[in-house]
Design a protein around this ligand. Sequence first.
Ligand code: NAD
Length: 491
Amino acid sequence: MVARIVPVDPFDLVVFGGTGDLSKRKLIPALFHRRAAGQMPADARIFGSARTQLDDDAFRDLAREAIATYVKPGPDERDLVDDFLKQLHYVPVDAKSDAGWAELRERLGDDPNRVRAFYLSVSPSFFQPICEQLDKHGLRTETSRLVVEKPIGHDLASATSLNRELSSVFSERNVYRIDHYLGKETVQNLMALRFANALFEPLWNARHIDHVQITVAESTGVGGRGGYYDHAGAMRDMVQNHLLQLLCLTAMEPPSQFEPDAVRDEKLKVLRALTPIDTATIGDAAVRGQYAARGDEPSYRDEAENPSSATETFVALKVEIANWRWTGTPFYLRTGKKLRSRMSEIAVRFRDVPHSIFAERAGTFAGNELVMRLQPDEAITLQMTIKDPGPGGMRLTGVPLDMSFAQSLGSTDYRMPDAYERLVMDVIRGDQTLFMRGDEVEAAWAWIDPIMAVWASEPSGPRAYDPGSSGPEDALMLLHRDGRRWREIAI
Ligand code: NAD
C-alpha cells in the first residue's frame, strides 16, 4: 500500500540562509525527496539567498554536496539530481541593507498566481529586517507565505514583540511557525489513532489513564553549539516548543474538523488550562540538571566555555491540566542532553484493572501502555497482558502489539519521510494545521516564564548528572513521590 502523491502547484520558494546548516541538512534534502516522489513540480523554483556572494552554479554545487551527504542517492538517481539542481537558483542579499533585493524581485517576476514562500532559515534577529525589506521592495504578494523557525522569542515579552513584528508585514494566515516535531509521521498518527478510531476516545481521560510520560532524550552534548545553547537551555530550546506541542496533541479535545484553526484552538485551550507550577514548592514539580564531566568527556560548562554556567541541559516536569478530562492525570515531561540514549516517545499509561481474578502465581500485569515512538525509529506499540502460551497453567505475560509503519505498509524498505518534507509541502499547499499560531507560542511562554524566573533567582542552580545516565536523582523522585516510575531511556 503506497500513499498516492498529489503534486503541489508550481511555486517559488526563497530560502534566506540558503547556505546555512538547516538549509543543507534538512531543506534541500527534503525538497529533493519531494521532487523524486513527483510531488514537487518540475517548474517549481528554489532560490537560495544569503549574504555570501555565490552564483547559481556555486549554489548548485553546494546543494549537490548536501544531497550527496544527507540523501546519498543511488547511481540510478544521478539524472534526477541533475534535474533537481536545475530548479535551484541563488541571489545574494544582505538582510540589513538594500543590497540584492532589487535583483531578487526581478528574478521572482510578477506572476500573481504563482505560489510564493519565504523561508527564514536565519537567526531571529534577521526576521524583522527581512520582513521590512520584502515589504519595501514589493516582494510580498497577498498570498505569500512566511516560514519561521524556532526560537520564537526567549520569553513571553520577546515572543510577543517578534509576533508583532511579523504581523506588521504578514497576516497570521500567511505565517508558518515550524515545530518540526509536528511534521513527524507518528505525531500525525497520534491524531489519526485518537480521532479516526472509536477504540481510544472513550478511554482517553483521567478515569482510565493513570498518567502520560513524554520524553525527548538526546545522547550527545552541546558540542560546538555551547555558545548559542548557554543563552537558551533545555526549557527554552525543547520544552517550550516540542514537548508542550506533544502534550497539546495528546491532551486536546477533538476538534470539530481537521482544519488549521479548529486544531490550533484546541491546542491553545490545553496550554491555557495548564496549572501554573507553585513557585513556593517548585522542586516538587520542576527539576533541572546539567551534565557533569566523565573521564575525558568534557562537562557542559567546559563545552559552553562558561565555568559558572547555570544553564540547564535537563528538565523534568510534572504538569497538570485543569479541565474535566485531565484533572487527576499528571503529564510528566523530561528532556535532556547526554542521556543514556537518543530516544523520544509519548507513553500513555492506562490504569490497572480494578480487581485481579488471577492467583498471585499467575504473575503480575504489565499494565496497558500506548507508546508512540518518535526517535530513533518511528513506531507505535500497545502493551497488552496475555496468557503465557503453553501448558504451564494460567501465567500472565506482557506483549507489545506492534504497529510499526514499515510492516503495516507491507514493505520493509519503506522510507519514513523526514518531517521537513511534509511541512514544506504544507506551506506550499497553504495548510497551517501543523504549524504553531502566534497565540499558542505566547501561551506556552506565559506558563514557562514564572518557572524560569524562580530558577534565575535560585542560587543552587541545576543539579549535576552523569553523562549516560537518566538525569539527576531529583527527577526520579518526581515520580517516586507519586508511586510511579519513569520508563527506561533505552532504544
Ligand atoms: P547557520 O548559521 O548555519 O546559517 C545562517 C544563514 O544566515 C547563513 O546562510 C548565512 O549566510 C545567513 N546570513 C547571515 N547573515 C546574513 C545577512 N546579513 N543577510 C542575509 N543572510 C545572512 O544557521 P542554521 O543552523 O542554518 O539556523 C538557521 C535558523 O534555523 C536559526 O534561527 C536556527 O535557530 C533555526 N534552527 C536551526 C536548526 C538546525 O538544525 N540547524 C534547527 C531548528 C531551528
